[in-house]
Design a protein around this ligand. Structure first.
Ligand code: URA
Length: 252
């Protein structure tokens, strides 16, 4: 990329400012003083310094967002607000996109990144990484529902074709005319959780994703807030939570 574009991105000033800095012989690339601010550099390979200070270039960003209801998991939409609007102006320029979808009215953990390869791996169905949702439903949840979620059930997928769900874990938290539960699934068909409860004659009234793999939604993140995640946290996304199977699976 062009040196001036890179230094503007890194907040060294405007393109005009960068021209002046370069003119003042304050910029080196691999220890050679640069004379032309439009020169092309590879920020991942070249050692670039400004005023003797080596610059740090971060190409990829990974954010955890606590998605509120009313925001679409998309990069543009003419009708609804989109999750990218919740990012600062600076972070909106980083070309991040939602890694996976949550319904308009679903809240909770959403990962945003500009790393396409990472997103591809994260969403790959073969990985069978479980995502856990806290759910409130109209109707009484029973042990029979737990068994149905475990065994799999037929729902309609995004194309309204019949689809057999994979092993899902339903942990009932409270049961009555309205019930609450944690439910974990390792796939993401259109409206999957809502359709699974519908298949069991329950209606989802509230849905919030609380974890992906072993990464939990940060309890300190208010609705609509987001933060960068560390490399360690990123790795947790690719590991299933060992407690999950123990909590529900062993009893059945
Ligand atoms: N399942 C749903 O029904 N909705 C979501 O947003 C996520 C999973």
């Amino acid at each position: 990329m062009r040196l001036d574009k890179l230094l503007v991105e890194l907040k060294y000033g405007s393109r005009k400012d960068i021209k002046q800095i370069v003119k003042g012989k304050q910029v080196t690339v691999n220890d050679v003083i640069v004379r032309d601010s439009s020169v092309h550099v590879d920020p991942l390979k070249d050692v670039i310094s400004v005023n003797g200070e080596v610059i740090h270039y971060q190409p990829f960003f990974y954010f955890m967002l606590n998605k509120p209801s009313g925001y679409l998991s998309a990069t543009k939409d003419g009708l609804h607000k989109i999750v990218l609007e919740l990012l600062s102006v600076e972070d909106q320029k980083r070309d991040v996109f939602p890694c996976g979808r949550l319904d308009l009215d679903t809240e909770g953990l959403m990962i945003l990144s500009n790393d396409g390869q990472f997103a591809h791996q994260l969403l790959h169905p073969k990985k069978e990484i479980y995502k856990t949702y806290y759910v409130e439903v109209d109707g009484q949840l029973t042990e029979q529902d737990v068994a149905i979620f475990l065994m799999g059930m037929e729902i309609l997928d995004g194309q309204n074709e019949p689809y057999m769900t994979k092993t899902a874990y339903l942990e009932i938290l409270s049961s009555g005319a309205q019930s609450t539960a944690n439910v974990s699934i390792c796939e993401g068909k259109f409206h999957q959780i809502k359709r699974m409860f519908q298949a069991c004659d329950k209606r989802v009234t509230y849905l919030k994703r609380v974890s992906m793999g072993s990464l939990k939604l940060d309890a300190d993140l208010a609705l609509g807030a987001y933060r960068e995640i560390s490399e360690e946290e990123r790795a947790l996304l690719f590991e299933n939570d060992e407690d999950l199977v123990r909590k529900v699976g062993e009893d059945h």
